[in-house]
Design a protein. Structure first.
Length: 223
């Protein structure tokens, strides 16, 4: 068995030498193309050992010969190389699919983030703003409307429950807050650019916010 294997190695080594010489390559030149040492080439050619499977495939390409011609007597090696080639193709296909899926995932995530950045920010740091136009010179009372609703409701913990009279407002405003039973629970004066904490307001409860101010445009922000 050992002698038979030795004979196969010698036969393959002789073919490597034959095909190398036909390509007019020195052992050193072939070694550089295969990224191995010159002594490795010498050992193959005298039948001392085999090249690795991946090197055999590269050797076939460099010498421009088929694997069948290179490994004619060693059907075991041919079978192993064929299996390795199939595995390499499968690995390349899987890697390509993973790369494609990863690129699609990254692209889709980026697109969704770009499209929904406002929604994401609103979820993390919610804010509501409403414009109140007072057309009377007297302190006219107006119910503040938030996003089409005539009431204020904090629906989750992310709300800071802070009311701000925007700095761009025409001036100060009187603010009165009523519960669902129309009972006033808080009243205060809010200058332009100032804020008021509404810690006493409960979550998921509706409150009416009544503003009274002189003629002008007012912006009310809720954080």
């Amino acid at each position: 068995m050992v002698k038979y294997r030795r004979a196969r190695m010698v036969a393959i080594g002789e073919r490597i030498k034959k095909f190398r010489q036909e390509k007019e390559l020195t052992q050193q030149a072939l070694a550089e193309k295969l990224h191995v040492s010159r002594s490795a080439i010498s050992n193959w050619e005298i039948g001392r050992n085999y090249p690795d499977l991946d090197v055999v495939i590269l050797l076939s390409d460099v010498l421009a010969v088929s694997l069948d011609d290179l490994l004619r007597e060693d059907q075991v090696m041919v079978k192993e190389v064929s299996q390795e080639q199939r595995k390499n193709k499968q690995r390349k296909w899987r890697l390509r699919m993973v790369s494609i899926l990863l690129a699609v995932f990254v692209g889709l995530t980026g697109w969704l983030w770009y499209q929904e950045v406002g929604s994401v920010h609103q979820y993390i740091s919610p804010i509501m703003s409403t414009r109140i136009a007072i057309n009377s010179t007297s302190n006219e009372e107006t119910i503040a409307v938030f996003e089409g609703k005539s009431y204020l409701e904090f629906t989750n913990r992310r709300w800071q429950q802070t009311l701000v009279n925007d700095a761009s407002s025409s001036g100060s405003m009187n603010v009165a807050i009523y519960d669902q039973h129309n009972q006033m629970i808080k009243q205060f004066l809010l200058e332009a650019g100032q804020e008021q904490k509404l810690a006493e307001l409960e979550k998921n409860t509706r409150y009416k916010v009544v503003i009274s101010a002189t003629e002008g445009d007012y912006w009310l922000n809720i954080y």
